[in-house]
Every structure is written in C-alpha cells, then in structure tokens.
Design a protein around this ligand. Structure first.
Ligand code: BTN
Length: 246
C-alpha cells in the first residue's frame, strides 16, 4: 500500500519529498495540482500552472537500490510515464534520452531524479515527473513544449495520470533490480526519439556532435563523432538534435 501525500499547491514535489525522505517509507509519493517553484534538470525551472498538468514525485529507498542501479530510475520513470500516456491517449510516445517524453516532436514530460547520500552511501532517490496534460498554450520561451490536450483535443485527469504512472513505475523498478539496467535500455531502444539522429551533447562545457548510435547497458548514450565514438552519461549532459528539439 503506497502512502500518498496530496497538495493543491506546493513549492516543488521533489523538494517536499526530499525533506520527508528520511522519515517516510519507500514508495511514498507526493502529488500536487500545481507547483510554485517546480524544478527541472540542469538548474532550469519547470512550469507548473494550476490545471495544466501532473506534477508528482516518488521516493525510492529500497534496500536493493545502489549507486549503480539508481542511474536506471530515470528510465523506469520514462518507460512508466510513456506506457501510461500511450494508454490514456492512444498516441505514440517516444523517449528522448535520457529523460524527456516526446509527442509529435515536442516535449510532453520531463523527469528529475535527485539522490541523498550518507557519506558515499546512497540513501534514497526522489524521482519527479512533470507531465503536460491540459495546457492550452505555452510561453514563447518554450517553443518545443506540448500537452496531451494540444495534441488530442481532450482533457485528462492529472491524478489518474500520476497513479497510472506510479503503478507502472513499481513494475519497472522490480525489473531494474531483478534483470539490470540493460533490460530497460533494451525496452527504450525501439521507442527512442534519439537513436539514429544527429545530436549535440553539452558535457562539462564542451560540445560533442555526432550520431546517436546506441544505448549502452549502463544507460549511457554512445555518440559516433568524426573523431570516434564517445559515451555520455545521463546525469551530466543535455542532448539536442541538430535540427530541432529531438
Ligand atoms: C526537466 O525536464 O528538466 C525535468 C522536469 C521535472 C519536473 C518535475 S514536476 C514534479 C517534480 N517536482 C519538481 O520540482 N520537478 C519534478
């Protein structure tokens, strides 16, 4: 039985769950109707206006979690949300490595996983998922964002989208513990928006350009460049297609 904490409005579901992480059980979820300080990857903000989408975070502090397999949690989130949204909308949802969901070439969902450590030892990971469900428009600075409503003309129940995703997330984390990260990358490859495309990755201030060739079993992306192949790890890079968002 999962413990769920609902908020009408909260600063950030990730922040809230990180504050609670040491005292609440594995699997606890924080779900909010809107966030006043939603956070994205690489220090960005995440727009979370009332009624626009699903914002939720889930705590992972299973004793099978290690620093190595924790890298796979972002893929558990992506696969879970892709399955849930595909089922809700009937649309083809793709995964842009490492942590965006794409519909019709635009960003539908973002994922932010943050971990807490005791010295070197991983204590927990908070996985935050933001889904653009019912937004009717986005500000001009987000030209690559879309919502399920914009793409289908229908409105969606944000709590149902969150609960559907969380149920699938539990199944993918079991797969991660039992079969390893390579099993998840094998499931992502056929629905990847990234593989085979010309990409540029910004890593430690350096730009790497090439063709996204393969997802490796440790979750990193192999990019074939003019100088040879380079693998980049998910937490450290921003990947953009050379000719648009993906
Ligand atoms: C990204 O695409 O940069 C990641 C966006 C993650 C947004 C979600 S919304 C729920 C959770 N709470 C946050 O503050 N961020 C994540």
């Amino acid at each position: 039985m999962r413990r769920i904490i609902y908020y009408e409005s909260v600063d950030s579901t990730n922040l809230k769950l990180k504050q609670l992480a040491d005292t609440v059980p594995n699997g606890t979820a924080v779900i909010a109707d809107c966030q006043t300080a939603g956070r994205g990857r690489l220090g960005r903000n995440w727009l979370s206006r009332p009624g626009d989408g699903a914002c939720f975070s889930v705590l992972v502090k299973d004793n099978r979690l290690t620093s190595l397999n924790a890298e796979g949690l972002v893929f558990c989130c992506a696969l879970a949300a892709a399955d849930a949204l595909r089922e809700l909308s009937g649309k083809e949802i793709l995964i842009k490595w490492p942590n965006d969901l794409i519909l019709n070439g635009k960003k539908l969902c973002g994922i932010l996983c943050e971990s807490g450590f005791d010295g070197d030892k991983l204590k927990w990971t908070v996985c935050g998922i933001g889904i653009n469900l019912n937004a009717e428009s986005f500000p001009p600075e987000l030209p690559y964002a879309t919502s399920l409503r914009l793409e289908t003309g229908l409105t969606y129940d944000s709590r149902q989208a969150a609960m559907d995703t969380l149920a699938r997330f539990d199944r993918y984390t079991e797969m991660l513990y039992n079969d390893g990260l390579g099993k998840l990358t094998g499931l992502i490859a056929p629905i990847s928006a990234t593989l085979g495309r010309e990409v540029r990755a910004i890593y430690a201030g350096t730009e790497i350009r090439g063709t996204a060739e393969k997802l490796l079993d440790d979750g990193s992306l192999l990019i074939r460049t003019a100088q040879g192949s380079v693998s980049v790890r998910s937490g450290e890079v921003s990947v953009r297609g050379l000719y648009g968002y993906i």
